[in-house]
Design a protein around this ligand. Structure first.
Ligand code: 5GP
Ligand code: ZN
Length: 141
């Protein structure tokens, strides 16, 4: 896609610091370095978000992620890794070419924060059963 920053990185029109490449993906350092070693994995083909992907394509994107994550963890002696994919503006997506963040974690104050608010007091078991029915009714082959 001509106007896509990540397509330009794939084509070499914009420089990036690459750490891994195969037929399907490239992995390169995120310019923001939320934590040291923060990496993005992107498909070479332009897909906007998870809703444009089928199972085989997403499998090809995730296949090398364990070995990339392992390499980042070893290189910087990280204590853990967050793997994140934002889909849609409301979910924090700013570049609309599908990508997976690999964020090595060092401690609670290392620069990365995800806030999960517990709302279990708001919903009953019946609510959850009804949510599950709504979702399962929408699962397509
Ligand atoms: P999102 O917010 O869409 O999930 O993540 C987009 C990511 O792309 C951000 O973490 C941002 O730092 C990164 N990014 C934006 N522009 C560039 C760039 O020109 N080069 C690199 N390497 N990363 C970029
Ligand atoms: Zn693109």
């Amino acid at each position: 896609m001509t106007n896509c920053l990540f397509c330009k990185i794939i084509n070499g029109d914009i420089p990036s610091v690459k750490i891994f490449e195969n037929n399907d993906i490239i992995a390169f350092l995120d310019i923001s370095q939320v934590t040291k070693g923060h990496t993005l994995v992107i498909p070479k083909h332009h897909y906007e978000n998870v809703f444009q992907l089928d199972g085989d394509t997403i499998a090809s994107i995730f296949r090398p992620i364990p070995k990339i994550a392992e390499a980042i963890k070893s290189a910087f002696n990280a204590n853990g890794i967050n793997i994140i994919n934002n889909n849609g503006e409301v979910a924090g997506q700013t570049i609309f070419h599908y990508h997976v963040h690999i964020v090595p974690r060092y401690n609670e104050d290392d620069g990365f924060r995800a806030i999960y608010t517990n709302h279990m007091d708001k919903y009953s078991r019946e609510d959850l059963v009804e949510f599950a029915k709504r979702i399962t009714d929408n699962i397509k082959d």
